[in-house]
Design a protein around this ligand. Sequence first.
Ligand code: FES
Length: 605
Amino acid sequence: MSGTKLCLPAPAVRSADNGPLTALRSSAWLAGDDEVALAHRVALSSAGVPVAKGRPVIGIANSASQLNPCNLPLRDLVGPVRDGVEAAGGVGVEFPAISLGEDLMKPSAMLYRNLLAIEIEEMIRANPLDGIVLLANCDKSVPGALMGAISANIPAVLVTGGSRPVVSFRGTPIGTGTSLWRLWDERRAGRLDDADWRALERCLACGIGACNTMGTASTMAVLSEVLGFMVPGSASIPAGDPRSAQAAKRAGEAVVRAVFDDRRPQRLLTAGSFRNAIVALNAVGGSTNAVIHLAAMAGRTGVAFDIADIASVGRCVPVLADVEPSGSHLMADFDAAGGVPTLLREVAELLDVEAGTVTGERIGEIAAAAKPSSGAIRPADDPLRTGGAFGVVRGSLAPDGAVIKTSAASEQLLRHRGPAVVFHGYEDMLARIDDPELPVTADTVLVLAGCGPVGAGMPEWGMIPIPARLLSAGVTDMVRVTDARMSGTSFGTVVLHVAPEAAAGGPLALVRDGDMISIDVPAGNHDESPETQKSHIGKCDIEISETEMSRRRAEWVPPGTPHLRGWPALYASHVTQAPQGCDLDFLRAPTAAHRSFIEPVVGRS
Ligand code: FES
């Protein structure tokens, strides 16, 4: 065992739960003079981990992988994190975590978010860790890692790798995802030739890091900072910026202090924390996927979370981040404008300023110390738009709710009625969407069913392409309704996350071509129903009689599952619907009630 000099006085000891100070959690493994404690110390010492009495052992969960370019900047941040841990008196232990790469994992990285959460929770549970630094960046890596840390409930700090470099195509800076979707439509409409398409491919392979728009990864980084899991101001630092290493070192220092001060996730996360996150989500015009992730994280704390709050809280929030896809700038500009602290300063009146963070600072203190808004963060009195960035709808087509990103939709389509053209699954949609005989007009409502969490693992298939015939005629947006998700970098008038999903017997499974579908997203602002007005939810209905609906329901045959083994089979058997965060049903509970599962019996293995 190393005799490394402590940089801080030996900490007072703590209990394993949220109770009074008694012992470092790792001491259950490492303290004592018997053969078991000796073997544990030897295991760490042999791996180059200089354990010593009173030094918190900090896990460094590293999800860098060549299968996930978004997470590759994390490789260079392990060292600075470890430096910070050691400077503050702890000892860092790096271990690998599953890397959830949005681009390559099929059918969707979303299928594996909960697997990462389980991995993080179980690695903490099974090992002598007092705190953890989570190195994650891409869309599902961040919520998955946080969900696991919340359930394990030891002090946790998140370090992200930042957004990738900005490149120009045809002389114009382009954002990851958003520009590709727009240029693919140009290609399908015959306005982008082969040479340009190849040039675009070379252009997009510009470097590592997360999507540089306000996609899901950037949104989740922002929300993680607002929820108190990050060093203030670090969520938007671009990949490769020298400030990344400085922030990583501060994260390492912060987690050791959080261990000494017992700042655990389930203490930090309050209803006010989640309300703050909803405010921030609306203020940045963030990804719809964040609604699912917030619901999942709240579910693990016991904080009540209703997706209607996205609209009811959001309607008071100005959209301030002028970043694609809701605005015109990119994440580097958001960072230059002051990042999350400046955003918080602009919406401070809407925040629970007493909400805590892992560093010990209150959210109100961080907002008060921030610089004023400029550039890509608009001042609150000059927003991009008012009334928030999201709508939530319910109705006969979505009894348990659905979400739409109004800030990236067409205003004139938010109240719309049209006949349905229905696709049952992604392959059906791909096979027919550009069929010249497809009976579509600009008023058609495109319905994509069978792509929810049980049916398909809920991929980002929701931004159904505009049929080529209409695209060529100049149609750029249509109403679409689906139980799938869409990328945070996507746009359009798309009603997403319809619950219950088709594969679970939701009404979406019963829609047929020609059925009239109506949406009224702003219904809460004008509807006379007190219930609708109170919640500010809109409507999403199928206009067929209850008799006809019952007849179709009686005829409906549940689809067989393709998931017969392994993780997908377990997932499909236990995944909840989108309003519950698509978490597994047996993981949705605060762990305070199950301490025996979190603190294993430590003896011979
Ligand atoms: Fe990984 Fe966008 S695909 S952050």
